[in-house]
Design a protein around this ligand. Sequence first.
Ligand SMILES: [Zn+2]
Length: 93
Amino acid sequence: MDLSSWIFILVMSAGCGIACMVIARAKGYRGTAILGWLAAGMIFSIFGLIAVILTSHGLAAAPGAGAYAACPHCGAPLPPRASRCTQCGVEAR
Ligand SMILES: [Zn+2]
């Protein structure tokens, strides 16, 4: 292979690694797990990218994700469209 092919592979793996990292972060991964996905994306290229898209780690549990809010009064988890807290009855929003 010539130099331009190597550069293409290098850019592809770096791009996939960064894309993996961004998607993993959006899915709720934090800390070393992010770097793990970066490495996976760089090593496995497009396959690492597919893996991170298919995974669903911490999407519902991550605070501030929008799917699951917490009561401002008692901190109990609220169902997605609840107007009042199920624990203490305080208006949620
Ligand atoms: Zn409450």
